[in-house]
Design a protein around this ligand. Sequence first.
Ligand code: FAD
Length: 323
Amino acid sequence: MSKHVLVLSDVREGKLRNVSFESIAAAKLAADGGQVTAAVFGSYAKDLAQPLSQYGADRVIAVTSSELDQYTTDVYFQAFKKVIEHVNPDVIFTGHTSVGKDLCPRIAAHLGYGLISDCIHVEVKDGKIVFTRPIYAGKAFVKKVVKDGVIFATIRPNNIPRNEPDMSRTPNVEELKVDLEPDSLRTLVKNIVKKSSGGVDLSEASVVVSGGRGMKSEDGFKILYELAGVLGGAVGASRGACDSGYCDYALQIGQTGKVVTPDLYIACGISGAIQHLAGMSNSKVIVAINKDPEAPIFQVADYGIVGDLFEVVPLLTEEFRQL
Ligand code: FAD
């Protein structure tokens, strides 16, 4: 039976993140011929309706309040709840991003709806939506089916391919006014301090060059930034590297860090602890550089280079520079 699916767009600095289009693609599958509505927040919301429509949204709800330009839990909670009540969907998708992870459990609990987080695949079988998500730190996958009721699902970035855009589509936009209750807004964002991962958003990067304790120092990471720069990728890190003070925790990948699914993941001087694998083992191609041939990272690597990373990484950078 076809469904009405609502997608909350993920916007950063006035631009739609890729996961918004990936969530629309997942929503199209889940809708099974039904309607896909995209919600977009912020003073620039109406400008973003066009790409949302081209990537498959049948209708766009724009909430243009400037208080929504920056994510804060209180203000998004009020606005998204209002949109859900207005749209009355069967299924609600967001990206499995810091926004989706914070917002969905809160609203789902408030409205008494279900939640399936971190989905990497969506399909319809026998009229029911089947969601696939990793469990046990990515060692196994579970398929979940909703028996009844409205369900929230968060979509892991870089897993469900976005649809080819249809440039001929014109958006069907509706502007929704939400009266935010000023007294209930407990947080105000005054300033955003950016942590650099090489100029590319780590969770959406198609190439991630990651360093571990084997990088030896903060200075050691410079060769990773050079390689990432040549490949147009982002720099990540193990917790070992972060704990040692070689880089900021914003770069940490793993169970207690970011989850990434790039096309190419290059692990340098990382042993491959299970907690690290939880954040990167679903990468499409994994290359490991480690001087210890017994390092567990080689068990998940598609290509392994046994050697000193301080020799191997600059050689790779030079080779890629030639291409
Ligand atoms: P190490 O295990 O010390 O490995 C360093 C590697 O570098 C070694 O394999 C060594 O052979 C290699 N090496 C050294 N010098 C060179 C060289 N010159 N050339 C080539 N190779 C070299 N970890 C995470 O990464 N992410 C998480 O989210 C995370 N969450 C955790 C949550 C919990 C609850 C716990 C208990 C742990 C968590 N950890 C996490 C920590 C994890 O268990 C490991 O301790 C950590 O991943 C190890 O980091 P590492 O591989 O950089 O360091």
